[in-house]
Design a protein around this ligand. Structure first.
Ligand SMILES: O=C(O)CCC(=O)C(=O)O
Length: 313
């Protein structure tokens, strides 16, 4: 087992030593403070407030709408290489409702989404945790349409970092980030998190009993990740999280998720930053979660090929 064990302190070259602030939080413009870094390692999550301004969120919101309309036009789950749009159909009062519930890798085709996936403020947030040579594995949008049955039962993201051998020392080298586009509240299906759950068990990525953990619903530590538009939430691959339904009538709940990994610890993903310099997306797509990326070049509807395109994270 290459991972650290329960309550081991991970090696964090760039995060400074206990008692001194990590170097890269020193700059006054850095939204990531030492307190955030400490909370991330101690509780398995943190929230950096007001990273993106209202006009930036407006841009992202418009981009999300464009992709939602594409999903509605497609009407069914659709993929082209790493880009996938997950579309569900829900029966509602004898009508069938089309629910665009998620999408991976809009950034290949959308300059706005590409800009924000490598925004310098995201690097400032990540650098004290995983340094500045970073690959990206997740680039994903989640919608929770008001009144829909969309939910993410409680889980740990280690379940999706497959195959295990391509992700080495996942615990200290992986960070998931979520940019809130809408207000996230309990009633519209805010994500829930269980602080400290990243340290409940040894970090064994092959231990499937860690993956899907609905029983944490009764854990007294569970709380809502209450976010405002522009806030950035961070969580660890071993932190239990997930979320309930959007029971509101009109308030969507959109989250833009970007998952990053220390480049030298991972054999998959697109480069995001090399030595702190932004890497834009161009040319051949990298192997990420779609194993046939090199052999299936054309777009297709999942249903036409009898493929089960289950939503991953
Ligand atoms: O969108 C959500 O609320 C859930 C996100 C999540 O659980 C994940 O990305 O792993």
């Amino acid at each position: 087992m290459s991972e650290t064990s329960t309550r081991d302190t991970p090696v964090r070259e760039s995060a400074g030593q206990p008692g001194e602030p990590p170097d890269s939080t020193d700059h006054p413009c850095n939204p990531m403070t030492r307190k955030h870094v400490e909370q991330y390692w101690e509780e398995g999550y943190t929230i950096v407030r007001e990273v993106f301004s209202p006009h930036e969120i407006e841009q992202l919101s418009t981009a999300c709408d464009r992709w939602k309309f594409v999903g509605q036009l497609l009407g069914r789950t659709w993929r082209r290489q790493n880009t996938v749009i997950w579309v569900d159909r829900e029966e509602k009062e004898s009508e069938v409702d089309t629910i665009v519930r998620g999408m991976q890798w809009p950034s290949y085709h959308d300059a706005v989404m590409d800009h924000y996936r490598t925004d310098p403020r995201l690097l400032m947030i990540l650098e004290p945790l995983i340094g500045n040579n970073i690959k990206q594995v997740i680039n994903q949008l989640h919608w929770k349409k008001p009144g829909s049955r969309v939910t993410w039962p409680l889980h740990r993201d280690v379940r999706s970092r497959q195959p295990v051998e391509d992700f080495r020392d996942l615990y200290p080298s992986w960070v998931q980030t979520g940019i809130a586009i809408d207000p996230h509240r309990s009633e519209n299906g805010a994500m829930k998190v269980v602080p400290g759950s990243h340290l409940d068990f040894a970090h064994d990525p092959r231990n499937k009993s860690l993956y899907n953990v609905p029983h944490y619903e009764d854990d007294p530590r569970i709380r809502d990740m209450v976010l405002n538009p522009g806030d950035v939430a961070l969580w660890n691959a071993y932190t239990v999280h997930g979320g309930g339904y959007n029971t509101t009538e009109f308030q969507d709940r959109r989250l833009f998720i970007n998952g990053f990994v220390k480049a030298d610890k991972c054999d998959r993903g697109e480069w995001a930053w090399r030595d702190g310099r932004t890497c834009h997306l161009h040319g051949k797509q990298a192997l990420i979660q779609f194993d046939e990326v090199d052999t299936i070049a054309e777009a297709f509807y999942a249903g036409d090929r009898n493929r089960r395109e289950t939503i991953t994270d």
